[in-house]
Design a protein around this ligand. Structure first.
Ligand SMILES: [Zn+2]
Length: 352
């Protein structure tokens, strides 16, 4: 090559490498292969290197590995609703919207739970890689029971920060799912990981539609509805139940999913102790029943606290009958749905 051609060659090489990196070509192991059903949206890189494991309800056999196992299958553009929820740890989405997830899934809608951290300090006795794998397996089991898709991101528990890198990650995940509804924690939750999930999702609420933010992933043409899941924190403002869902018909399914998250609810998670660990099948049954009863009281308390909204949405008679509920607040960022649209987005609410 003549000397005077070198600068052009080097410039061309740099531009090529930048393009390759932007389109995920530099990391072939982490690409989602295009599918016939969703070629445009599936051909982008979704996860950073080292994602612990992901699982689709359509492909329930998981291979747990330190290597990135497989990217989650993207649902087809079939006119069904697409819901994505972000929880801080493997159990947060399941607790807060496992019932609604099961109800959407029964109607053929596409639901994905994302645990933004891998939960690797969430136990009193074990931590690190083995716990991350254990909790990922629990999330996969719960997803199978609920009929949804799940993904656990490779971020350490207790260490999430609201960075630009993670704003991009959350934005890409929302776009790739082509979400109609995005659910997260409120940004005033007690746990820093919960709070920062709330901040990151809020930070993405506008950016998902901005074409030159993460230009390698197509922007959403329609801004999703952003929702916060129920909590009891009072400052700076208490949770407002804008949408309350009766989960009575799927309560046993939801409890099955939660009991399957043994490290958290049978063994007590980060603040548990050896006395909770069942030593035999009989003790396991007893402990599982305690967990079920405790969660039933929790979901009954949500129904009671949000009774007025249940009556508004379900009518006087049905609203008063509801025993167990999940509740959501509409974030003021993102699309603001009318009551009619809420009934479309939550098609298990009675039509008025
Ligand atoms: Zn959590």
């Amino acid at each position: 090559m003549p000397m005077k051609s070198w600068p052009v060659f080097v410039l061309g090489l740099c531009a090529g490498l930048m393009l390759a990196a932007a389109f995920g070509l530099a990391q072939p192991g982490h690409r989602v292969e295009p599918t016939a059903a969703a070629p445009e949206r599936a051909s982008v890189a979704l996860a950073p290197p080292g994602a612990t494991a992901v699982q689709s309800a359509a492909a329930p056999k998981a291979t747990l590995s330190w290597e990135f196992a497989a990217a989650p299958a993207l649902p087809p553009e079939d006119g069904k609703l697409r819901i994505i929820q972000f929880g801080a740890h493997p159990d947060d989405c399941e607790i807060r919207a496992g019932g609604s997830g099961a109800l959407w899934s029964k109607l053929g809608h596409h639901v994905k739970f994302v645990s933004v951290t891998n939960g690797d300090i969430g136990h009193w006795q074990m931590a690190g890689g083995p716990l991350a794998l254990r909790r990922t397996a629990e999330a996969i089991k719960a997803a199978e029971i609920l009929g949804i898709t799940t993904e656990v991101l490779p971020i350490h528990d207790g260490e999430l920060e609201p960075t630009l890198e993670y704003r991009r990650l959350i934005t890409r995940l929302i776009r790739a799912w082509n979400a109609d509804i995005v659910i997260s924690h409120r940004p005033n939750d007690y746990h820093p990981d919960h709070r920062y999930v709330g901040v990151l999702v809020q930070d993405s609420a506008y950016m998902v539609a901005v074409p030159f933010f993460c230009p390698e992933v197509p922007p959403l043409k329609k801004n999703p509805v952003f929702l916060f899941s129920y909590d009891t924190f009072q400052r700076p403002n208490p949770f407002r139940p804008d949408i309350v869902v009766a989960i009575d018909e799927v309560i046993e399914q939801k409890l099955d999913a939660l009991v399957a998250m043994t490290s958290q609810f049978v063994e007590g998670g980060a603040l548990g102790h050896a006395g909770l660990v069942p030593r035999n099948e009989e003790e396991m049954q007893k402990r599982a029943q305690q967990v079920r009863d405790s969660f039933k009281r929790r979901f009954a308390s949500i129904a009671d606290r949000c009774r007025q909204k249940l009556i508004e949405l379900y009518g006087e008679e049905e609203g008063n009958k509801v025993r167990y509920a999940e509740a959501f607040e509409i974030c003021e960022y993102g699309r603001q749905p009318t009551l009619q649209e809420i009934r479309t987005l939550f098609p298990f609410l009675p039509k008025k």
